[in-house]
Design a protein around this ligand. Structure first.
Ligand code: SF4
Length: 282
């Protein structure tokens, strides 16, 4: 092997065994990859199906919303989609642990949806950060996590030939949650109007800012927190070094461009999640 990390080797071994290997992609992938050529390139590398985890994010939103509405009198609600933010709350603010929203992250939700709808397959997650590797391992649902940096390195060395196929993701597809990796992306897509007043919600990114916020004994009710500065587009697994502003532009332009496309039967529908529990205890 060509000087690869353990996870890169695991991925190449999975692809070499010619099992059905499915790739789940975090929507921040557009900061490092061109979405018009990405799916054909991944299929050329050996993946059988390529999904974005945006439908998993939609299901997380649905569960958050139902939970908040039926527990309106609870003092606070804290998002739990980012593993490092969850670790920080549990370690530094154990009295706030009970306010973490008790549901899976979009990555785990999407893995559950895939497992339910396809019987035999291996699942790989393409991640903007290394923290997702630990979360995935604990879940037992995901066979390998690889960062954007690691995948770019593989592409450079293996030089896959893009497959002649559609550039669209396979089902299950969702559009509006493509802004999830940005600070406040969860709040914007959660449809909280009518549930909270504007001054009752707050979005914060960056470890220091989260600590400053909770040290100040905040009065808000809903907290949308992402550990990395700039949100998931600031993750340690991202390769490109451009300023956060440009990365943010990549995500918002991607949402605009892709939402014009006809996705037909690729759209994620709630019927595909029937019987799945997205609950999680912290
Ligand atoms: S904010 Fe950072 S640590 Fe949290 S999920 Fe996103 S990239 Fe990973």
């Amino acid at each position: 092997m060509k000087n690869y990390s353990d996870d890169q080797i695991s991925l190449l071994e999975l692809l070499a065994f010619k099992e059905d290997v499915f790739l789940m992609v975090a929507p921040s992938f557009v900061v490092d990859f061109d979405y018009k050529t990405f799916v054909p390139l991944m299929k050329g590398l050996g993946f059988d199906k390529v999904f974005e985890i945006t439908f998993g994010a939609k299901m997380v939103n649905n569960n958050y919303q139902k939970f908040i509405v039926s527990n309106k009198d609870q003092e606070k609600f804290i998002s739990s989609t980012c593993p490092l933010s969850v670790n920080l709350i549990i370690a530094k603010y154990p009295n706030l642990k009970k306010f973490l929203l008790p549901f899976n992250s979009p990555m785990i939700a999407m893995a559950k949806i895939i497992k339910k709808n396809f019987s035999k397959n291996k699942i790989v997650f393409l991640s903007p950060c290394n923290a997702k590797k630990i979360e995935a391992k604990k879940s037992g649902l995901i066979d390998c996590v690889i960062t954007f940096k690691e995948l770019k390195d593989i592409i450079e060395k293996e030089k896959p030939i893009p497959m002649k196929c559609s550039h669209l993701f396979d089902r299950f597809y969702n559009d509006y949650t493509k802004i999830y990796p940005l600070p406040g992306g969860l709040t914007k897509t959660l449809h909280l109007k009518g549930i909270f007043k504007e001054n009752e919600t707050i979005s914060v990114d960056g470890q220091r800012n989260i600590i400053n916020l909770f040290d100040s004994k905040p009065k808000q009710k809903f907290f949308d927190i992402l550990f990395c500065k700039g949100g998931c587009i600031g993750g340690d697994g991202i390769s490109i070094k451009t300023p956060i502003f440009f990365k943010k532009f990549s995500v918002t332009s991607y949402l605009k461009q892709s939402s014009k496309e006809k996705i037909g039967n690729r759209k994620g529908l709630e019927k595909y999640t029937k019987g799945i529990s997205f609950k999680k205890k912290f």
